[in-house]
Design a protein around this ligand. Structure first.
Ligand SMILES: [Zn+2]
Length: 187
């Protein structure tokens, strides 16, 4: 071989078009598919691997890291939606949020507003919990800190008050689904 290997623009455009044409959401499983295969699943296995390695290195503090890294991302989504869609009701903004999660392959999620916060259910489990199942592993503690942080950021931004979330049920610990509850933070 001689010389550098660079991407040809026409091949990139071709692949890009192919991705646009071939992605579809399986509404049964909540998974994003490319042709017949599951797409973007590598993101979940990457998160699973990061969490696992961090657990070995720093113990339970790993949970807090996973929780905190995604909180700004949840805030940003709501901030963007408020700007983009202007006068939408909170319910409509949250509808966009769950649609976005499904459309980008993170799976199906149901948000249940409560008088004192929110309940969030992933009927098939959140992605890291699902990864535990796929690896035939179990955890005594819930494992979906990543999405817990995401929703914490989103609800806090939406309502202008800080929420603290907890995963009360997780598929990684043997539950049928994953479930978060969010209450206003006590300070
Ligand atoms: Zn879970």
């Amino acid at each position: 071989m001689s010389g550098n290997i660079e991407y040809p623009r026409d091949l990139v455009d071709f692949l890009n078009q192919k991705y646009k044409d071939k992605f579809w959401v399986d509404h049964e499983s909540g998974k994003l598919k490319f042709d017949g295969i599951q797409a973007f699943w590598s993101r979940s296995s990457l998160l699973y691997a990061i969490h696992k390695e961090l657990r070995v290195l720093i113990g339970e503090a790993a949970d807090a890291v996973m929780h905190m890294v995604t909180k700004p991302h949840g805030r940003t989504f709501i901030e963007f939606a408020m700007k983009e869609f202007g006068e939408l009701e909170k319910e409509e903004i949250l509808t966009h949020l769950v649609a976005d999660l499904m459309a980008t392959g993170w799976g199906m999620v149901r948000i249940i507003p409560k008088f004192d916060g929110y309940q969030v259910i992933a009927p098939k489990g959140f992605p890291i919990g699902q990864q535990f199942l796929e690896h035939n592993e179990a955890s005594e503690e819930p494992v979906d800190h990543y999405f817990l942080g995401y929703f914490e950021g989103a609800f806090s931004m939406l309502d202008g008050i800080e929420y603290t979330g907890r995963e009360v049920l997780c598929v990684a610990s043997g539950a049928k689904h994953c479930e978060f509850v969010f209450r206003p933070s006590e300070d």
